[in-house]
Write a protein that binds this ligand. Structure first.
Ligand SMILES: [Fe+2]
Ligand SMILES: [Fe+2]
Length: 272
């Protein structure tokens, strides 16, 4: 079986890159199941249901997310039972959505689990105004993963989207879950890493898939705005790059009928 996992889709350019390339890619590469991180699909932050439906219509079978998914309306991304979407499993239970789902792909039971890193991210969310409604602790993702593995053990395949800021935390999670899940795939930084590998006990791994969106941007944002910010100017709003070349960043994971990983490789495309 072959799964395509697309990194954080950012705004209109990201959605267009997926719409233009995914139908052809699925046929050309023989993709059985396409997953995408959807936390930034609507103007860089959050996900309107119409955009999730649009992406589903061009072939995205399943959505993961992260810290930005609640930005527009916390309930909206989870409001359509036809859309398979998850949010980090280590958020408190009362937060909308669920942290993992098990779906059937052909004959196989595929579990997808979303986890949020704590370093520079989980801590910040608790203090961040836009997510101030999230009351309660974000659980340590290593603890959450350990607890949930028991519930996922009957699945043939377990894919983990580890949405985390720090590569060391991601690599640690990869080794922690090595031999226990099919793949640990990093998202959130929007910058692709060159380390797809099969870990010693057989788990497929990459630190970050990278974003799908504007090529000439800083994480999807107009570079000058970020430069001004970093030079100390108070710039209130982000301006998302909505013109120019887009990139699709993804990985392909191959595994056999027992869920054993046969290969993991990057698939990156420029879409004009
Ligand atoms: Fe993101
Ligand atoms: Fe994120």
């Amino acid at each position: 079986m072959r799964i395509l996992f697309i990194g954080d889709i950012v705004g209109k350019l990201g959605r267009n890159a997926v719409s233009q390339s995914l139908p052809g890619l699925k046929t050309k590469e023989g993709i059985d199941f396409a997953v995408a991180n959807a936390e930034n699909v609507t103007h860089g932050r959050g996900a309107k249901i119409k955009h999730l439906r649009q992406l589903k219509s061009v072939g995205v079978d399943f959505f993961t997310s992260g810290d930005h998914i609640f930005h527009i309306d916390p309930e909206e991304p989870f409001s359509d039972p036809e859309i398979d979407i998850i949010r980090p499993a280590n958020y408190p239970d009362k937060i909308p959505g669920v942290g993992y789902k098990i779906v059937e792909v052909g004959e196989m039971k595929v579990a997808i689990l979303n986890l949020l890193g704590l370093t520079y991210l989980g801590d910040k969310i608790k203090e961040d105004g836009r997510n101030a409604w999230i009351e309660g602790e974000i659980e340590n993702p290593f603890v959450t993963a350990e607890k949930l593995l028991e519930q996922l053990k009957d699945s043939d395949v377990v894919l983990v989207d580890f949405h985390s800021e720090v590569t060391s935390e991601k690599r640690a999670m990869g080794f922690f879950l090595d031999g226990k899940v099919t793949a640990v795939l990093g998202t959130h930084t929007h910058v692709p890493t060159a380390d797809p590998t099969i870990l010693p006990k057989g788990t497929g791994y990459i630190s970050d898939i990278g974003m799908t969106g504007a090529r000439d941007s800083v994480l999807g944002v107009e570079p000058q705005i970020i430069i001004d910010r970093l030079k100390g100017a108070s710039v209130d709003s982000f301006e998302w790059v909505e013109k120019g070349v887009a990139v699709l960043r993804s990985v392909i994971v191959d595994f056999d009928s027992k869920g054993l990983v046969k290969g993991i490789r990057r698939l990156d495309l420029e879409v004009s």
